[in-house]
Design a protein. Sequence first.
Length: 760
Amino acid sequence: MAIYADIIIDISTEKLDRTFQYRVPESLRDRVCPGSLVSVPFGKGNRVITGYVVSLTGEPEFDPDKTKDIIDIKEDNKDRPVGTLLQLAAWMKHHYGGTLIQSLKVVLPKKTPVKPVEKQTVRLVASEETVKACMDEFERKHQVARLRLLKALTETGAMDRTFIGQKLNVGSPVINALRDRGLAEIERTTTYRNPVVTGIYGKKISELSMDQKHVVDAVLSRYDAGDMKPSLIHGVTGSGKTEVYIDIIDGIVGRGHQAIMLIPEIALTYQTVARFTARFGDRVSFIHSRLSAGERYDQFLRAERGELDVMIGPRSALFTPFPSLGVIVMDEEHESSYKSEQMPKYHTRETAEEMAKISGAAFIMGSATPSVEAYRRTVTGIYELYEMPERITGGELPVVYTVDLRKELAEGNKSIFSDKLKELMEDRLSHGEQTMLFLNRRGYTSFVTCRKCGFVYKCPHCDVSLSLHRDKKLHCHYCGYETPMQPLCPECGSRYIGGMRAGTEQVESEVRRVLPGARTLRMDADTTRKKGDYERILSAFADEEADILIGTQMIVKGHDFPRVTLMGILAADMSLHTGDYRAAERTFELLTQAAGRAGRAAASGGERRLMGEVVIQTYSPDNYAVITAAHQDYKGFYEEEIAYRSMGDYPPEGHMLQILIEDKDESRALSSAESMAEYARGFMQDGPTGIIVSGVPHDAHIQVIGPTDASVAKINDVYRKVIYIKSKSYELLAVLKDGIERDRAERKAQESHVEFDFNP
Ligand code: ADP
Ligand code: ZN
Ligand code: ZN
């Protein structure tokens, strides 16, 4: 039987965005594999050019008599990781849509020359005694920023200066002050290499807890047995997951393989860096958004050459070309930053799972609030579940009060703050402790609720909240259903019905009115426009320059302020009614995270114990996301949520493909959208002709919704239409998407810009 190779020609030009098929001559059979670099005759004149083999098949796509032969192999690449990455790119193109070039650009980093950069390292040089004396002095004088930096330096030895600024929220005056006191030195080095930090050595944990040891042993013995089933570690914050990751990675590195450690960018703190460098020294590298393309490429090169064992970073670290990848770990698996916003709109969890499969590596995920998708896979047996329900330090979870805002209104309190929250804020103020006020508003959507009875308008077809548009009508983002807004609540007839639009600015002025003595800081999109704003606000709050920090989601992620003992969530409803199927999940996650921010440290000054208290204010105290979050009850939440998803055929129970069509010409946007919807509707009747559909169940079908205006119908004079297509079978949606792309190409109807988004 003849073998054919699908080859992608000249990666740098977008015009040739498809594979070309060539026959593999007998003499090259043993050497050609996906990833091989080969020379082939191309075009009419049979010019000899090079290309990468993407896949091999026994089925010729065209007339075998007209198929040309591969001329020669330039590099078989049998042992290089590039084959894995090409395979992954092909999978991504099929799974998420877009061109192969788009996927290749994500997967294969561009070779860019690296400019030398100057690095500054701050190194601790004083003796232990001097350090101790200075710490006492800083403590006494309440010089918190100095104290914070000095503490970090004693833990780490030395740290990168930029990193100190960004992650420790400490500025130059403080660094210089330590230098002038003879505590620290600033070293300047010019380097091509970019280990984020040099010479950081964190403490080693002496012994793992029983829970930790159980997980590490189980994962490693499954690895040794060749059981490559992915693992999900569900462990509360502080249960010691990071230590588990480190030990698993250490074990697999010890077996001669390498590791990729994925973390959300915001979680790359100096503590994380210190813990990994303590174990892996200069065999670990970090990539993050501040690296230039060249620096990033350089890190990848080090990995490929075998100079590294561990690569840590956000989602792009997944594409590190290690020679023998042994494990991929993904921390905070539920984080939305793992989903790419650009074509291909890939999800890191799915892509990492595929990458692990292709490379024969283990795949470990961890989270305190796993995504419904991932947890579902533990229930169906696709992932192995490990539970770590207790904090290592035995720290208590905060006390949570849920306040019914409907009752507050009935009792005549029309303010943003419930009586309970106001009372606790006053208490904190009088004890010199800090409060965070969290407004979990998302995006530009505005839902309508009744402040008397809690009624919310919902789409009768999609069971998601409707949002109020400028035309004064309520719209469904999925199906375009609309209904006029009534002046009175349809449920209870009250006139307290309207859009919920409180902003952080309003909250701040209300705080000033209610607590005139309180010093406030505000963190939202407005106050963090300029570079450095974000760090400045966090550092001011850490330095106790304010009593109350008011902010959006930015304040709940990843930051620990030891003197915060109260967290007020002003309106849980804000994220609960965002009009998409993930609203409840996001609310549960945000409330759980926010609750975890309060009272994380034991008392330092010997005053009363710093107990965490949380107030959740809501018009929907009976909503399951609110109730389960208040009890930190993940399983309870999951049970309710999966039932809802199942009823609406929402992911992971069903799958959903969103097609976004953009065009400056509105009628063309609409006609493009309509012809795509038409193609999709005809797809099932005619059957997916000419395509081999494997992995699609016989009874799978699709449901086409739309086209309708996108939730943001126009941006910069570009009109935006959406189509939603639902199916039980992901593969069927992927094949349909391929069909739509082919159909557009055949009709040469590619004027409108089109983006696909699976399970948005
Ligand atoms: P998570 O990643 O689940 O939030 P961490 O791994 O960060 O938890 O652990 C929380 C804290 O407990 C850290 O300060 C860590 O140094 C400490 N810790 C973790 N494991 C142990 C252990 N076995 N013994 C003592 N302290 C530990
Ligand atoms: Zn009402
Ligand atoms: Zn609808």
